[in-house]
Design a protein around this ligand. Structure first.
Ligand code: NAI
Length: 679
């Protein structure tokens, strides 16, 4: 009995269609692989002219191996066996006595592409949805179904290394150019073309000789040396071993056996475990963004500053009609220019750029208000102007229009007092820069209705951002956790520790950027206003240094000078190296303040569970993904050790290190977003 694969015989070829039961996308679980193996066994003895493999899912060919299965494996030997199973099935496919062809549409990733690589030919459907790639490295592993062995001879060594090291996906057209697919075919001709290939007797493709030159033994060490600085910039070998393994495997011309063994070790490593955790958290948030229809076509954004402009541009980029309002025409003109530049760089094709521009309307008078399904406010961070604005918005907007504020720190209840119906108001808290930061905090005010929150989540999903539910409380989740860490960094500066020393400590820990550079990038004025907003509820004092710099107009990157200096293009100038940092425990002070605040948020129920803290910090700030987020990191260190360290720091540096009450409630760490229902 076949559960996932459907086998049909045509006149002289067989057609295997994968339609994994109970899933919207095809993934290669062990069960799916074993079933394929049985079918291949049956086909081997048949007098066929060929085999066509395709997917029965609209979403695509195969999205990869079943990541959820990875989590259940704790033994490297078991993990190696899983890779060996995949390799055996692929070898059986490659060794069939007749040719085989993979007919690819939509996603063809990871194990799915490795399966396709085992076929003699690959055909891809001609459209933008077709994406091929080996993204394993992003999960802290590398290909394990012989992909690292089969890919280089097909596309050339440099292209293969690039694909495996970056994990990027490529279009059908690029895949054709590389030789990864044999032909691009319109949907209606796919099966005919596949049949033709089976009969053609064309030999399996091989990259032209010059693309295989880097693989010559004497050149390989040189090539690895060439890739090394690029890999080092992205992946510290202790934090992200996978890309280094990819280079090793390639340099040593590893066999399938070695590939499987290396994969087994990586799959159970801390880095991979945590990257898988982070990936699955992202998938869960994505799922929450797709649970309901949002009924939104037209978005009106008010305030065309840093955030408003970017939010409006992003929404138009994702297909919404958007009007953008500001008091000042010159600010709208700047936003239009920015939009054009953005669409041009992303969409490239002039027609697509024009269509996006047509969806994006400057709106000085606010005509869009009466038409919008969603209004997003992103004006100055002050209560009174926001109240004033919402009073007007409620008068002009239609009753069913969802109202949202992008405030970073003002409680929704304070803004909502002016509304007749405050249940319509939610927070949609985007992060800067909108195009890069995937997270959006969905802020639940005391009066926000479930229906409004659900629409806000669905809209966030529709613009391909990740919605995270947070309670309306000072700083919500992400800024609140980040602020004590940033403040501690400024305190270190006040104590005389050099800025590069501080930033280096954080990046060596695994942060994408040091706290000082981050503060400069966010804008020191914004940091100061959030810090002041949070200082009372969090009993946090604001360092004088921050006030001093803002007072002098040194606002960070945007003003050309903050803690660092920046050139005209916003590039950081290298400061002279710092002297010593003496014996100050820089990393410990920075990170423990962050962890302590994360624990406080959890205890206070700012988010529902520990996973939500991890998701927020990784997708909202880039917190070291290989550590899985603050809560996973706490899990790995142990609660007792951390609270002891906090006590020690409290004695030395004062009450700001006082361990939160949450440290004595270990059950807080157990609640899991991925296994709970959305609130
Ligand atoms: P901004 O100062 O760059 O932009 C504010 C814009 O609103 C200005 O262009 C101003 O002309 C316009 N404006 C003010 N009052 C207006 C009114 N009544 N009608 C129409 N336009 C009006 O501010 P930014 O940084 O974009 O922040 C906007 C909001 O987003 C704030 O609530 C802030 O807390 C929040 N936010 C800011 C982040 C950041 O990194 N900058 C991150 C996340 C949220």
């Amino acid at each position: 009995m076949s559960k996932h694969w459907h086998l049909d015989y045509h006149t002289d070829y067989a057609l295997l269609t994968l339609d994994v039961a109970g899933q919207s996308a095809n993934v290669l679980s062990q069960e799916v692989l074993l079933e394929l193996d049985r079918h291949l066994g049956e086909l081997e003895g048949k007098p066929l002219q060929g085999l066509i493999i395709r997917s029965g899912k609209a979403s695509g060919f195969i999205a990869g191996a079943d990541v959820r299965e990875f989590e259940r494996i704790t033994d490297p030997v078991r993990a190696t066996e899983l890779a060996e199973l995949g390799q055996q099935v692929c070898a059986r496919l490659a060794g069939l006595p007749f040719p085989s062809v993979a007919v690819i549409h939509g996603f063809c990733l990871g194990g799915g592409l490795e399966l396709a690589l085992a076929c003699r030919y690959r055909l891809a459907r001609e459209d933008a949805a077709t994406r091929l790639g080996l993204p394993e490295v992003r999960l802290g592993i590398h290909p394990g179904f012989a992909g690292s062995v089969r890919l280089p001879p097909l596309v050339g060594d440099m292209a293969a290394l690039d694909m495996m090291l970056t994990g990027r996906t490529i279009s059908a057209r690029e895949a054709r150019r590389l030789g990864l697919v044999d032909e691009i075919v319109p949907e209606r001709h796919l099966l005919d073309a596949a049949e033709k290939f089976l009969k053609s007797g064309t030999p399996r493709r091989k990259a032209p000789w010059h693309r295989r030159v880097p693989g010559w033994r004497p050149l390989r060490t040189l090539v690895v040396r060439m890739f090394t600085p690029r890999v080092r910039r992205k992946a510290h070998p202790d934090h992200y071993p996978a890309p280094w393994r990819i280079l090793d495997l390639w340099r040593d011309r590893a066999t399938e056996k070695q590939e499987a063994q290396s994969l087994g070790e990586l799959l159970v490593s801390r880095s991979s475990r945590n990257l898988v955790h982070v990936f699955l958290l992202g998938e869960e948030l994505k799922r929450r963004g797709k649970m309901q229809p949002h009924g939104i076509e037209y978005v009106h954004v008010i305030g065309a500053g840093v955030m408003g402009a970017d939010i409006a541009i992003w929404a138009a980029h994702k297909g919404f009609r958007v009007s953008l309002q500001d008091q000042k025409p010159e600010i709208l003109a700047r936003a239009m220019k920015k939009a054009y530049g953005f669409f041009k760089s992303k969409l490239k094709e002039p027609r697509a750029v024009q269509e996006a521009m047509d969806r994006f309307m400057p709106d000085l008078e606010g005509h869009g208000l009466g038409r919008a399904d969603l209004v997003i406010e992103a004006i100055v961070e002050k209560v009174e102007p926001k109240r004033e604005l919402f009073r007007l918005v409620e008068q002009k907007a239609r009753p069913q229009t969802l109202l949202a504020t992008n405030t970073s720190s003002i409680p929704l209840e304070e803004i909502g007092t002016v509304l007749k119906d405050p249940s319509r108001l939610v927070g949609l808290h985007f992060f800067n820069p909108v195009a890069q930061m995937q997270l959006v905090e969905i802020v639940r005010g005391a009066q926000s209705s479930e229906a409004s929150l659900a629409r806000a989540r669905a809209f966030t999903g529709a613009i391909e951002r990740l919605p995270l539910d947070v309670k309306s409380s000072p700083g919500f989740l992400v800024n609140r956790i980040l602020m004590p860490y940033l403040i501690e960094a400024v305190k270190l500066v006040q104590e005389g520790v050099g800025i590069t020393t501080i930033d280096q400590a954080a990046t060596e820990f695994g942060m994408p950027m040091g706290p000082i550079e981050l503060a400069d990038s966010v804008g020191l004025d914004i940091c100061l206003s959030v810090a002041e907003e949070l200082s009372e509820p969090l009993h946090m004092d604001v360092p004088d240094k921050l006030r001093e710099l803002v007072g002098q107009g040194q606002l960070g990157r945007k003003s050309g000078q903050g803690f660092y200096r920046y050139n005209a293009r916003g590039r950081r100038e290298s400061p002279s190296p710092d002297k010593t940092a003496a014996d100050i425990p820089i990393t410990e002070r920075l990170i423990l303040r962050l962890l302590n605040e994360a624990m406080a948020c959890l205890r206070e129920g700012v988010v529902g569970d520990a996973d939500a803290v991890d998701a927020g910090m990784v997708y909202g700030t880039g917190f070291a993904p290989f550590l899985g987020g603050p809560m996973s990191y706490i899990d790995s260190l142990g609660v007792t050790g951390i609270s002891h360290s906090l006590h020690r720091l409290m004695q030395e540096y004062g009450p700001r290190f006082k361990p939160d009450a949450g440290w004595s409630q270990p059950e807080l760490l157990k609640r899991r977003l991925r296994s709970s229902n959305p609130t």
